[in-house]
Write a protein that binds this ligand. Structure first.
Ligand SMILES: NC(=O)c1ccc[n+]([C@@H]2O[C@H](COP(=O)([O-])OP(=O)(O)OC[C@H]3O[C@@H](n4cnc5c(N)ncnc54)[C@H](O)[C@@H]3O)[C@@H](O)[C@H]2O)c1
Length: 324
């Protein structure tokens, strides 16, 4: 069995692409699965995937994690040392319009991956959870042991379900399951449905941007390179000895939306035209996380500053979309 063959689902997605690239650069064999759906511009997914496909040690299956037969076949033909499940229907607002796809991919699809791991003896799985499961918790900073029984979107509810399901599999089947509560991940190749992408695009085109709650919103942003570094370290950490873990993955600094817009204005050298709207019911006002739990398991000296991260994003955006 190849000692370092891993599976990354959602490999053509934003985080999956960066993570696959990182593991490939570290000489791992990476099998990627993605259904390349059109939730957002498919061209971006195809472009990310075409970069990964240049690596000899990358093997790609265009398939759906809901397809049990195909998933089991892939597991049968590839002996995985580690599985990282990132494939999901992401997005908070879309879950109001389109609830079923969340249940199908995030819950049913996740169970398919777990069942395949069980059958083909994969002993370690990392999976994406989300900061959204803290709901309207106002006990700052968010800690992993805080109550997360009050999600305020269906997306968050499916991620909370993933953590509960993971608990069952780790308990009964002796599989190590590590839940990653990502906090607003951003950076080059980022998601077109997220605010950094939308704001940058509209500001560059002199179009209006919608700002909720008068800009009195706060997010703990996490730069993609930091996410990749943390997930890589976690997947190799010898300090993971128990079967069930959950970690906040964040930059640990809460940034006010108005400041973040100012940074985009600065790096695009343009002024934003704002439309102010009241806060959406399903949106949380503030996220800020504690990473003290993570620090017990991995060492990471520095996280990327928001100022540098946004500069890198704007640079990438202008280059990718050929904007002068
Ligand atoms: N980006 C963030 O800020 C953030 C925050 C919290 C949690 N997360 C979670 O991290 C994971 C990765 O997020 P991302 O930002 O890279 O999102 P993304 O949408 O860019 O990536 C997800 C990928 O999964 C694929 N996918 C969706 N449904 C699938 C299915 N049924 N079968 C196979 N592939 C499927 C999509 O085509 C996409 O390429 C997701 O689970 C998401 O919920 C992300």
């Amino acid at each position: 069995m190849p000692k370092n063959k891993i599976l990354i689902t959602g490999s053509a997605g934003f985080i999956g692409f960066h993570l696959s690239k990182y593991f490939l650069d570290k000489k791992f064999e990476v099998v990627g699965i993605d259904n390349l759906n059109n939730y957002y511009d498919k061209k971006l997914k195809l472009k990310r995937n075409s970069i990964l496909r240049k690596h000899k040690k990358y093997k790609f299956y265009r398939t759906d994690i809901k397809n049990k037969k195909k998933i089991f076949e892939i597991f049968k033909n590839n002996k995985f040392k580690l599985v990282i499940n990132l494939a999901a229907q992401a997005g908070v607002q879309y879950s109001i319009k389109n609830p079923y796809v969340y249940a199908e991919t995030n819950i049913f699809g996740f169970i398919n991956i777990l069942e395949a791991c069980k059958k083909y003896h994969v002993k370690k799985i990392l999976y994406a959870s989300s900061s959204s499961i803290y709901g309207s918790n106002k006990n700052y900073p968010f800690k992993e042991n805080h109550k997360t029984d009050n999600p305020i979107s269906l997306y968050a509810a499916t991620k909370k379900s993933n953590e509960l399901i993971a608990n069952v599999y780790s308990h009964i089947f002796n599989i190590k399951l590590i839940g990653l509560r990502f906090f607003t991940v951003y950076g080059p190749w980022g998601r077109p449905d997220m605010s950094l992408f939308i704001f940058t695009k509209n500001i560059l085109k002199n179009k209006k941007i919608i700002v909720y709650n008068n800009g009195e919103m706060y997010r703990d942003f996490t730069y993609i390179d930091d996410v990749v570094d943390v997930v890589y370290k976690l997947s190799l950490s010898k300090k993971i000895t128990k079967n069930n873990y959950i970690f906040n993955i964040s930059g640990s600094r809460s940034i006010k939306l108005n400041y973040y817009i100012k940074l985009i204005e600065h790096f695009t050298n343009k002024k934003a035209k704002k439309i102010i709207r009241k806060k959406l019911k399903s949106d949380v006002k503030k996220t800020i996380s504690s990473t003290s739990h993570l620090k017990k398991v991995i060492y990471k000296k520095q996280y990327t500053k928001i100022e540098n991260g946004i500069q890198n994003f704007v640079k990438w955006f202008k280059k990718f979309y050929k904007i002068k």
